[in-house]
Design a protein around this ligand. Structure first.
Ligand code: HEM
Length: 509
């Protein structure tokens, strides 16, 4: 997901880049504004704000090597320039919860994150439609109205607990198998990879209504090719953004990038076409058409096939790395905080009898389980920055007046590490989210799924997947760190990922 962030960062339209630099900041530190006092009635001109030039951004990213720590740059820039500043020519970085709230409450009817040409070009070439990520304006609005049904409301997503629980059960079996293969009998190497396979299998079983075999001992060849295609598309995206169009026939990146998309779409299309044939057969035989999400899209809506291909593919791409990396960070933190893990175990083992798997209603009613995921997403917002372009009219934010078409970059990572909102921001403290009489943090301090009508459509599914798998993992195993792993740092690969492999011990309860 988040291709738009990649292209914005590199085109200088975004706020989030790098360093901890030695670049002289003395002057800027003196001039960094705070937000204007509410008493000042006349908004100031946007040109009064400090500005990070495109060259500074490039220097920090390429020379100082912060290209993969864009989230850390948000913290540094806040010190340097204050809570709101220009990044490049067209984008303004917003770096406090209060300003973020002010801006998002003024968001438009058809919110836009900006240029998505990195993804739309392939769809245009092949005549596919656009999905929820790439579509804009009224067409996007209508598309979301269709996609939201059966997905966004907790009541709708709850119906997938059976499908997800089957995948979770297979995942637990896989963990047991991997443990047996290790010299100590309980070590599972490379949890990020395992959780990626789990997340792909989980979301595909909802979207395609079929199993891909990611959790089998031998992953089927077609599924492996699909996984490789996704990796190929993402790994060539950066090169495609930074190299000029004229070089596409000379350099290998564009060809590989397109080949990645071809593999992704052809796999998705095959599965969707097959489902369509099944539905047609049932209709021809006067049988009821029953099914999950894909059946709903194919049989109950006005969507054309090419729109279904695009939407299902985009939902799938958005739903794998996000969920799997959040789970990776959760297990990492739980392994290092045994007292928090014990408290979670107490909750999961006391609320559901040991001989059955939990339902959606049961896991969503577990306050500590929910708090653990919420705290993980605060510390490691898997989408560490986001964006909006306000296209229709001028807008004032923080006492400054911006012309229409101004882009805004949201510094989610820095905002969710602001110690004014979250005391001890670098400590994993799920209890800060409990509704037990304590004061709740500012809601805009951590909005990992975005906000408003353009917010994450898969949020409820993602939460359900994460609750169900975490429940089973913690009920079955005590998760312990492997001493060779040490401390993990987060790096930015459009989503926040660990800088090295995470191996964990799974000891039977
Ligand atoms: C931990 C898991 C996830 C996180 C943290 C996450 C986060 C986000 C964020 C921050 C956005 C941008 C929202 C905005 O601009 O206001 C987004 C958009 C989106 N997400 Fe998720 N997401 C997750 C899982 C999923 C899953 C499982 C799916 C698919 C079922 C999904 C599908 C999408 C789609 C399609 C969009 C674009 C929506 C639009 O533009 O209308 N996400 N997500």
């Amino acid at each position: 997901m988040a291709a738009w962030l990649l292209s914005r960062a590199l085109s200088g339209k975004s706020g989030g880049l790098l360093p901890w630099s030695q670049v002289c900041c003395r002057e800027r530190c003196r001039t960094a504004p705070s937000v204007l006092p509410a008493l000042q009635d006349k908004p100031r001109a946007a040109s009064d704000l400090p500005r990070v030039s495109v060259w500074e951004m490039l220097y920090r990213m390429l020379v100082q090597g912060y290209y993969n720590r864009l989230h850390e740059l948000q913290l540094y820039e806040k010190q340097l320039y204050g809570p709101i500043y220009w990044s490049g020519l067209k984008s303004v970085s917003v770096n406090t919860a209060e300003l973020l709230e002010e801006l998002l409450r003024k968001d438009e009817k058809f919110p836009s994150r900006g240029d998505m040409s990195l993804w739309t070009e392939y769809r245009d070439m092949r005549g596919f439609g656009y999905g929820p990520f790439t579509e804009e304006g009224e067409r996007w609005y209508k598309l979301r109205a269709v996609l939201n049904k059966r997905m966004l409301h907790p009541r709708d997503s709850a119906q997938y607990d059976g499908v997800i629980n089957v995948v979770v059960t297979d995942f637990i079996e896989r963990i047991k198998h991997l443990r047996r293969c290790s010299p100590t009998g309980n070590l599972v190497p490379d949890m990020s990879n395992e959780l990626y396979l789990f997340s792909l299998e989980g979301i595909a079983s909802i979207l395609f209504e079929t199993r891909l075999g990611c959790l089998e001992k031998e992953i089927p060849a077609g599924t492996q090719e699909f996984i490789n295609s996704i990796a190929q598309m993402f790994s060539n995206s950066m090169a495609v953004v930074i190299t000029p169009k004229w070089s596409r026939s000379l350099l290998p990146f564009w060809g590989r990038y397109i080949a990645g998309w071809e593999g992704i779409f052809s796999f998705a299309k095959t599965l969707i076409d097959k489902k369509m044939e099944d539905i047609q057969q049932r209709v021809d035989n006067d049988q009821d058409v029953e099914g999950e999400y894909l059946t709903y899209l194919l049989s109950n809506t006005q969507m054309s096939n090419k729109d279904v291909y695009a939407s299902v593919t985009e939902l799938l791409l958005a739903g794998v790395d996000t969920t799997s990396n959040t789970l990776t960070w959760t297990l990492y933190q739980l392994s290092r905080n045994p007292e928090i893990q014990d408290r979670l175990y107490e909750e999961v083992s006391s609320l559901v009898p040991a001989d059955r798997v939990p339902s959606a209603a049961e896991v969503t009613a577990m306050p500590f389980l929910r708090a653990v995921i919420k705290e993980t997403l605060r510390m490691y917002p898997v989408v560490p920055m986001n964006a909006r372009i306000i296209t229709e009219k001028p807008i004032s934010v923080g006492g400054y007046q911006f012309p229409k078409k101004t882009g805004f970059t949201f510094c989610h990572y820095a905002i969710s590490h602001d110690e004014n909102t979250f005391p001890e921001p670098y400590r994993f403290k799920p209890e800060r989210w409990l509704r037990d009489g304590r004061q709740r943090p500012n809601a805009f301090g951590s909005i990992p799924f975005g906000y408003g009508v353009r917010g994450c459509v898969g949020r409820r599914i993602a939460e359900l997947e994460m609750y169900l798998v975490l429940f089973q993992l913690i009920r079955h195993f005590e998760v312990k760190p492997d001493p060779t792993t040490g401390e993990l740092k987060s790096i930015n690969r459009t989503v926040l990922v660990p800088d090295k492999q995470l191996d964990l011990h799974f000891v039977d309860r």
